[in-house]
Design a protein around this ligand. Structure first.
Ligand code: ATP
Length: 484
């Protein structure tokens, strides 16, 4: 008999909360991490998508909070706004008997309201790094100096320098939290950034990784479909049509590589009367939330999204993930297809592959340690709709261009900043300043590294170089705990 939640050291009220939520037995990552966190250790948890990592940190934090409640007790960082809301919900539901006060600090929402909420000392703050760093820089109405827990969900994403680079903001946040704290880091893909992460979690770190031959879940049927670029969309329409014909209750997430493709395809699928909503970063935040809500409640069956939706989102009804483009990184593939086949359910992933992307599929297969199988399609059926699909797609493209989608991006950004009480021109300046600081930090690091190398190599030049580097060190300190 496997241990239940009570055997992990959780109090009876939390065990009862789990029961009410339908969590009967702890999942392996929960079995491993909860006792270690309760013991006061830092924790790095690496487990497959949909395996219950969120509750693995929420439960022990709530227990510790109930023993010594104060605000701000815990800070959770996460890469996307939607994910912040989802995590807050878990805290709220499981922490209901505590009268838990939480606060969500994400971009695209009113800064003043957020500042007020922060000043009311919520127990738990769930934030995206950019907005929290903005608050730290601009107000002194709250402090994260005394937090007990720092959680980084999707920790590898927070540390990597992707299209949204969190490093400068993370440095600001890490400089504002106490050195004495528990740090909990979770993701389905921690290994690439393990070294940086280990620098953050130094308090008897407990490392938990699921030992499994394949890195994606067993209940996931993974297929590829080799298609010429020009007929991709006809295949997409065909796939959806077939799926709709064969299933009563269905939900699909389609991933695209750019906001524009996402928007065009959404318009196109709607023309074919598929109930589709889009989710990408060029939408206003309110529209993003609304789209996700419509999809979650199955009013709309198809969510077409960029990688803003690839990590963490937990929508049980999703049966199929379609990759409209082959992800360039295996890690992105793992997170995308992990939006289905969650918590033991079945699911299917179909990746559209053009002849130029075959090497990407090989890289994916190598990483996940599994071969993708071919998805069989009646080509004749696709050919029948080919012209129609391409004409409709072109119409949608023209319509979108007429709507100045690219220009709107800039205008929207400025509007959003004004709504948030910021001056767009000042913001641009601030961004430039930040870039400068970052550049300086990098320069400083390089100098230090260079000096260290010289030192290693020995020689008399070494002392001179080190003394030269020191004054700069005072000008642009690099927080010791900051990520590389
Ligand atoms: N012990 C449990 N028993 C049954 N279901 C569980 C249990 N723990 C969590 N779940 C459910 O499993 C689903 C997935 O959990 P969660 O979102 O935490 O996954 P995750 O590991 O964070 O995935 P990802 O890497 O995609 O973010 C949720 O709906 C959650 O309610």
């Amino acid at each position: 008999m496997m241990a239940g939640f009570a055997e992990l050291g959780l109090s009876s009220w939390l065990v009862e909360q789990c029961r009410q939520l339908g969590l009967k037995q702890p999942t392996p990552v929960q079995l491993g991490c909860i006792p270690a966190i309760l013991e006061g250790r830092d924790c790095l948890g690496c487990a497959k998508t949909g395996s219950g990592k969120t509750a693995a940190f929420v439960l022990p934090i709530l227990q510790k909070l109930s023993e010594d409640p104060y605000g701000i007790f815990c800070l959770v960082l996460t890469p996307t706004r939607e994910l912040a809301y989802q995590i807050a919900e878990q805290f709220r539901v499981l922490g209901k008997p505590l009268g838990l006060k939480d606060c969500i600090i994400v971009g695209g929402m009113d800064m003043v309201t957020q500042a007020l909420e922060l000043s009311r000392k919520p127990h738990v703050v769930i934030a995206t790094p950019g907005r929290l760093a903005d608050h730290l820089r601009s107000s002194n109405t709250f402090s994260i100096k005394k937090i007990r827990f720092l959680v980084m969900d999707e920790a590898d994403r927070l540390l990597e320098q992707g299209c949204t680079d969190f490093t400068v903001d993370l440095e600001a946040i890490l400089a504002a939290v106490p050195a004495h704290r528990q740090t909990l880091l979770f993701s389905a893909t921690l290994t690439d950034t393990l070294r940086e992460l280990q620098g953050l979690a130094t308090n008897q770190p407990f490392f938990w990784e699921a030992q499994a031959p394949v890195r994606t879940v067993e209940q996931l049927d993974q297929r590829y479909l080799l298609v010429p670029e020009k007929v991709k969309d006809a295949y997409l329409v065909h796939l959806i049509q077939n799926f709709q014909d064969e299933h009563e209750d269905w939900s699909i997430i389609i991933f695209t590589n750019t906001c524009k493709t996402c928007q065009v395809l959404c318009m196109m699928l709607r023309k074919f009367n598929f109930p589709t909503v889009a989710l990408h970063s060029m939408m206003k935040q309110k529209e993003r939330f609304a789209a996700l809500a419509k999809f979650k409640s199955s009013i709309y069956r198809i969510l077409i999204a960029t990688d803003v939706a690839s990590r963490g989102l937990d929508i049980p009804t999703v049966q199929v993930v379609i990759n409209h483009n082959t992800p360039g990184l295996p890690k992105i593939y793992i997170h995308r297809v992990g939006r289905t086949a969650r918590a033991g359910r079945q699911g299917q992933a179909i990746t559209l592959v053009t002849q130029y992307d075959i090497h990407l599929v090989h890289a994916i297969e190598e990483q996940i340690k599994k071969k993708l199988e071919e998805f069989e399609v009646e080509e004749a059926e696709v050919l029948q709709i080919l012209t129609q699909v391409n004409v409709v797609r072109r119409e949608c493209e023209i319509k979108l261009e007429a709507a100045n989608f690219d220009e709107k991006k800039e205008i929207n950004k400025r509007k959003q900043l004004i709504l948030e009480g910021k001056d767009p021109d000042l913001e641009a300046k601030r961004k430039a300043e930040l870039a400068k600081i970052k550049q300086k930090n990098r320069h400083f690091k390089e100098q230090v590294e260079h000096a260290l190398q010289q030192q290693k190599a020995g020689g008399s030049a070494r002392r001179r170089r080190l003394t030269k580097a020191q004054p700069e060190a005072r000008l642009a300190p690099v927080p010791t705990q900051g990520p590389a």
